[in-house]
Write a protein that binds this ligand. Structure first.
Ligand code: FES
Length: 125
């Protein structure tokens, strides 16, 4: 019996390496496909805040606040590896790899199953 799901090639891995993110439409469904730290993720292009096109937002390093040895703030800095997607409508941020909002663990992007086979990036919708 068919589950109604199907696989769709949405990008080449080489293209994703170069651009880090592509936003595509499949059967009227918009999604963002990301490559970060060797991992591929696909998210619905709908922000959980008010429905903005979150995947068209900038990719930014996560902001951190390191402490000095005396445990006082050393001022704001960027995390060396973590990257967030910044929604273009109101600036909510979401971790590229987990889809989670950094301060509200219950708020996040909706995932789409994605995998790489050879040079093809394939989503299941
Ligand atoms: S719709 Fe994305 S931050 Fe408001």
């Amino acid at each position: 019996m068919s589950t109604g799901h199907r696989d769709v090639v949405v990008a080449g891995l080489a293209d994703l390496r170069e651009r880090e993110r592509v936003v595509v439409e499949v059967d009227g469904l918009e999604l963002g496909v990301y490559l970060h730290a060797g991992e591929v993720r696909a998210w619905h292009n709908v922000c959980p805040h008010q429905g903005g096109p979150v995947c068209q937002g900038k990719i930014m390093p996560r902001t951190i606040q390191p402490l000095r040895d005396d445990r006082k703030s050393a001022g704001p800095a960027f995390h060396p590896a973590d990257r967030n997607i910044v929604c273009p409508w109101h600036g909510f941020e979401f971790d590229i790899l987990t889809g989670r909002h950094p301060a509200h663990s219950g708020v996040g992007l909706r995932p789409i199953p994605v995998r790489v086979e050879g040079d093809e990036v394939i989503v299941t919708i």
